[in-house]
Ligand binder design. Sequence first.
Ligand code: FAD
Length: 468
Amino acid sequence: MEKTFDLIVIGAGPGGYVAAIKAAKLGLSTAVIEYREVGGTCLNRGCIPTKAMLHAADLYKEIKESERFGIFAEKVSFDYSKIVEYKEETCSKLREGILSLLKANGVAMITGKAILEKDKTITVFHNNEVKTYRAHSIILATGAVPSKIPVKGCQLDGVLNSEDLFLLKEVPKSLVIVGGGVIGVEMAKVFSSLHTKITMIEAAPRLISNFDKEIAQSLKMTLKKQGVEVYTSSLMKNIEKEKDGFLCSFEENGENKEVSAQYVLFAVGREPNTHGLFGEGVTIEMAGKKVAVDDGFETSLKGVYAIGDLSSDIQLAHNAIAQGIQLAHRLGGGNTTEDLSVIPSCIYTNPEIASVGITEEEAKKKEISVKVGKFIMGGNSKTLISKDERGFIKVITHGESGIILGAQLMCARATDMVGEFVTAITNKLTVDDMLKTVRPHPTYNEAITEALEEVEGQGIHVLPKRKR
Ligand code: FAD
């Protein structure tokens, strides 16, 4: 037996490493075990690399289109290997930062594959060495891995998941993306900007099906405008190897179709990673594929907790982080005020998409009386200055009290602006509370004021209804 800690965290993704640092700050002797890179999916195969690629792709597109601002750039091109290098450099800097934070806070970093054994004991395998540790509390934060669906041919070499896609050394000439969720549409945005011919096949009647209906429809139109071929209500049936790629057979509303592409990407969701996590004789209660936890993140094993993608319905980095901080506070005796029931979702397409709280559709289904304020960004000066894609901000308020219940944004900086609505919903603010704020001019944020005013039809940069 190596050592007994107050807390051992398995997995150094955003949930795990943040929980470990917070616990150490609160005085617990803490270790974190990781068998790949610190930062987990988010930093190495998820949020950060996709956003770096999106940044480069956006910049390329913006420079190419700069003539509309009177700026002329000749022979604009890109070198994909340099884009990958920039992405890697960004991730590497962030990894170094996490490692030094763990060290500076006195968190022991243990490298290896961890197995949870009985009696809060953990075995760690690394380079043919086996070590055993014990802890008073254990947090499982092993995240999720790409899901698979049983389509004939999906195991062929060249049929990729999001992790494989990052390893390509070339920009695909053509790509079929199976799945029109957040990961699928962000990848479509990156590679269509870099001239890949994209075909997207989504089984549901609309893309990003858990977002506002109007946003989903606008996104489909925007993607089509960017040259992406989008098929909804469509099922991938068969993938066959061809000379230069794959022949994909699918069914759109019962009609058989085919498309050829150099690569196929499956972006059909992610499932909790329990692979090899539990030792002999360790049985833990599951909720489907997730590890089951109570309100305090405790599993069916006393003193063993689970957070993040491993145990949550919402698979987002900020959800994992918030859970990690809250749990560390519980174990370390600190106070936390974060409200984990209000979690925003963002998509970094162009325009950006962000959503928090309920949508108009959900309110109708739940028979909640609501008033909706909507402002079209065409009336916002910053949007016109930047010649951004058209978009809107929609705010959903309680019909009687005026309390903010939800907001959906599809516009430039939506992913930053949604923060105002998260604060509002968390603190049960009303439209009047939010209208107390004077927002600076010219900014995108001014459109929040207009959307709030529009709840009562009082927006300034909106034509009165009778004159429209
Ligand atoms: P993970 O980040 O998955 O970390 C788990 C860690 O545990 C991993 O490092 C793994 O190696 C380690 N591990 C697993 N088993 C063991 C073991 N037995 N022993 C030791 N170590 C182990 N979320 C957002 O909020 N915003 C985004 O923009 C966003 N974009 C994304 C884009 C893509 C392409 C993908 C795939 C995901 C994206 N996500 C995004 C989701 C986000 O990455 C996850 O929600 C987040 O990483 C979950 O954090 P976690 O700590 O629960 O798990």
